[in-house]
Design a protein around this ligand. Structure first.
Ligand SMILES: Nc1ncnc2c1ncn2[C@@H]1O[C@H](COP(=O)(O)OP(=O)(O)OP(=O)(O)O)[C@@H](O)[C@H]1O
Length: 241
């Protein structure tokens, strides 16, 4: 049994305008809360779309718990929950009805598990409200509730803290840490340096379509005192775009 949750090899996707992401090599271990940190346009979403099979790579491959996303998609995605770009829900359905709809994909998920996910994400009190009335933060939480229904071993979340207020961010961070303690591995993209520093155990800096470095948060804080210092140093070392 591999302890690698994600293994990315020579992954590349370059759009016709020359932008995208190239030469991505990365291993995320089980138990990591991995932060994929980079500014707008760095290539994070492009990489995550390929990692979850939403976009075909020009070359390279991604293995999730040992199964190739390009050759064995069903097995690769079997233990993955993800939110890429925005957490979508049906606006005229309640939180509970939305989750019941998702639950149809998973034979083992019953009303008890739905209630549990609503409780974990702080959405139980809004269970019977329609999602069209939800704030962005509530929609994000409902998205996470849907993503964790099947108890996935790996959660891939694209900018989960985007648009959240301070309280929403604190709640989301608490939830991520709680799930990580229970054994979930995370791959989280963000451009919010401070938040990645507080949330993630290991960080990859992506800049101008390339992964410039990967390091444990504790080492970064020991050697650079803040993630911001490390980020600036890595970007300078690799040449600003
Ligand atoms: N469909 C597309 N066609 C052409 N260029 C694209 C396309 N999608 C993204 N790009 C470009 O590729 C680069 C990487 O985009 P991507 O969305 O992966 O970045 P990102 O790091 O997720 O940014 P953000 O934080 O703003 O979401 C950007 O320069 C973007 O303009």
């Amino acid at each position: 049994m591999t302890n690698k949750a994600i293994e990315i090899t020579d992954l590349a996707k370059v759009y016709t305008n020359g932008r995208g992401i190239s030469d991505l090599n990365l291993v995320v271990d089980q138990g990591d809360i991995f932060g994929f940190l980079g500014p707008n346009g760095a290539g994070k979403t492009t990489a995550m779309k390929m990692m979850t099979g939403l976009m075909k790579p020009d070359r390279g491959d991604v293995k999730i718990f040992g199964a190739s996303i390009t050759e064995d998609y069903v097995n690769a995605m079997k233990h993955v929950g993800c939110i890429i770009e925005t957490a979508e829900s049906y606006p005229y359905l309640t939180a509970n009805e939305n989750l019941k709809l998702f639950a149809r994909y998973y034979p083992g998920v019953d009303q008890r598990r739905i209630d549990e996910c609503l409780q974990i994400t702080g959405m139980l009190k809004y269970k019977n409200e329609k999602s069209k009335k939800f704030s962005l933060g509530m929609k994000q939480r409902l998205g996470v509730a849907a993503a964790i229904l099947s108890k996935p071993k790996l959660l891939i979340l694209d900018e989960p803290l985007n648009g959240l207020d301070v309280e929403g961010m604190l709640d989301m961070r608490k939830m991520i840490k709680r799930l990580a303690e229970e054994g979930t591995t995370f791959f989280i993209s963000s451009h919010l340096i401070h938040d990645v520093e507080l949330t993630c155990t290991r960080i990859g800096v992506v800049y101008g379509g390339k992964l410039v470095n990967v390091e444990y948060t504790r080492n970064i804080l020991t050697n650079y005192s803040s993630l911001e210092n490390y980020f600036v140093s890595e970007v300078d070392r690799n040449g600003r775009v």
